[in-house]
Design a protein around this ligand. Structure first.
Ligand code: IMP
Ligand code: MG
Length: 205
């Protein structure tokens, strides 16, 4: 994945000098998401699905994925109820994954008992966030748990964990856009882009 020159696409003026390349244009994200929805419904569509959004980075992918799942659900002879829940997991400061993973919010996890749970995440890097979350969820006796991550980073820091569904594998750079942030900036960018080193300094906390 070499990426595309920035000036081939529309990016907000306020971020123009902060980005290196466009790695995944918004349209490609949408097309891949449409297919992920089909694969997920094929495997999980037999029973009530609870879609669990991992905020904040997962919110764009979650909303678009659920729209595609809804279209499938309303145009086929068999369909299942789909309910949603939202949790926050925070593990990042600047561009470094920290060792502590905090889970905040969400309804009673006991609601997930007997359900088909779909965890929707933006990106898996070391895999630590997802492994922590999965061990928490397994205590609530769901019928099935699947994880879909839009991105998986190819990195030597990986624990070896792989989600059930993967949108794209991406290079070991810090990525922003389509709700992925750097210290809360860049969620308001449509395409997934590589952040440059100068911007890492500029938006450091
Ligand atoms: P892990 O626990 O190392 O797998 O990290 C997963 C979390 O770190 C993701 O949910 C993201 O919130 C964040 N993260 C990892 N890599 C990136 C990146 O390149 N850009 C933005 N956030 C990232
Ligand atoms: Mg995340």
């Amino acid at each position: 994945m070499k990426g595309h020159e920035l000036d081939l696409f529309c990016v907000p003026r306020h971020y123009e000098n902060d980005l290196d390349k466009v790695i995944i244009p918004h349209g490609l994200i949408m097309d891949r998401t449409e297919r992920l929805a089909r694969d997920i419904i094929r495997d999980m569509g037999g029973h009530h699905i609870v879609a669990l959004c991992v905020l904040k980075g997962g919110y764009k992918f979650f909303a678009d994925l659920l729209d595609y799942i809804k279209v499938l659900n309303q145009n086929s002879d068999k369909s299942v109820p789909l309910t949603v829940d939202f949790i926050r997991v925070k593990s990042y400061c600047n561009d470094q994954s920290t060792n502590s993973v905090k889970v905040i919010g969400g309804d009673e996890l006991s609601n997930l008992s007997g359900k088909n749970v779909l965890i929707v995440e933006d990106i898996v890097e070391t895999g630590r966030t997802m492994q922590t979350l999965l061990s928490l969820l397994s205590e609530c006796n769901p019928k099935m748990v699947k994880v879909v991550s839009l991105l998986v980073k190819r990195t030597p820091r990986s624990s070896g964990y792989r989600p059930d569904y993967i949108g794209f594998e991406v290079p070991d750079s810090f990525l922003v856009g389509y709700a992925l942030d750097y210290n809360e900036y860049f969620r308001d960018l449509s395409h997934i882009c590589i952040l440059n080193d100068q911007a890492k300094e500029k938006y450091k906390v």
